[in-house]
Design a protein around this ligand. Structure first.
Ligand SMILES: Cc1ncc(C[n+]2csc(CCOP(=O)(O)OP(=O)(O)O)c2C)c(N)n1
Length: 288
């Protein structure tokens, strides 16, 4: 898709329609991913980001089709690899706003090994994980976030594994912005995405995004979701971890943020300057 840069150059107020590609989503009726898509359109509109300044990177899955529906740049990558691709895009052009969007299979299963590294490096990208607790595209195998006992095509006697806790993982890997949204609450999610994009560092937004076809959890989440407890201190990592481990309630909103750490793209620009003064011989002597 080409982006009409005439619109970009003018100083016009961008509206939600300006971020829509015109390709109609192929998701099933009621799919939670519609809520995530509309929250993302809304967030880009709030931030008035020019479509050519935004890159949406995904892997493979129903949720990973998102870039097709957005009038931004996009890369529909390979399964599990949105984070390395998004990291490369951000390092190549730090001026871009880079979103990595995918499912619980994509980011917690085949791509799980990339999350710790991207978070620990504090790459300035915003990850939006659409968690339906199943593999939707390949028709209902259990995923790493499926509940213990979950019956599916791949677990006919019930899943034996304990479900991953994505918010807890992101916090423990060192993500500097961690929040949770729910597809049925797109307005709140949109505000979280705005904050995540504004945050200069690695942002991880976990979204409970039910799959109406294979694992319809709307009734469960309508009842289970909750606001952040009053007075929750978003600079307190231990408090955030404690909330993330809570089984009874599913808290929505911002768990944690740390604005003190230097993002990776900034550090890597400094490397370029350091490399020009680098003395390889002297360096290697340290290890002789
Ligand atoms: C290397 C590789 N292995 C397996 C697949 C098959 N595959 C495609 S999507 C997918 C899982 C999708 O689940 P998720 O990421 O949770 O996305 P959803 O469809 O639920 O949104 C799998 C296993 C693939 N495309 N590539």
């Amino acid at each position: 898709m080409t982006i009409d840069t005439a619109l970009e150059e003018q100083d016009v107020l961008l509206e939600v329609k300006d971020y829509k590609s015109g390709v109609k989503p192929v998701w099933c009726p009621g799919c939670g991913d519609f809520g995530v898509l509309s929250a993302t359109y809304k967030a880009l509109t709030t931030l008035q980001l020019k479509p050519h300044e935004v890159v949406v990177v995904s892997g493979i899955g129903c949720s990973s089709r998102t870039p097709y529906f957005m009038r931004t740049y996009g890369i529909h990558g390979v399964h599990g690899r949105p984070l390395p691709i998004a990291t490369g895009v951000k390092l190549a052009n730090p001026a871009l706003t880079v979103l990595a969007m995918g499912g619980d299979g994509d980011l917690m299963s085949i791509g799980a090994g990339h999350l710790p590294h991207a978070a620990a490096r504090n790459v300035d990208i915003t990850v939006i994980m659409m968690d339906n607790q199943t593999y939707g595209l390949t028709k209902a195998q259990a995923s790493p976030t499926s509940a213990t006992g979950h019956i599916s095509k791949s677990t006919p006697f019930g899943s034996v594994a304990r479900p991953f806790k994505p918010v807890m993982l992101a916090l423990s890997y060192g993500a500097t912005f961690v929040g949770r949204g729910y597809s049925a609450r797109p307005q709140e999610m949109s505000e979280l995405i705005v904050q995540g994009i504004r945050h200069h560092g690695f942002s991880f937004i976990h979204v409970q995004s039910p799959c109406t076809e294979f694992h319809n959890t709307y009734n469960h989440y309508d009842e289970a979701v909750d606001e952040m407890p009053p007075g929750h201190d978003t600079s307190d990592l231990a408090a955030a971890l404690h909330l993330a481990l809570t089984e009874e309630r599913v808290h929505l909103g911002l768990f944690y943020r740390d604005d003190s750490r230097e993002p990776f793209d900034q550090r890597s620009r400094e490397f370029v300057e350091e490399v020009s003064e680098f003395n390889l011989e002297a360096y290697l002597k340290r290890f002789a």
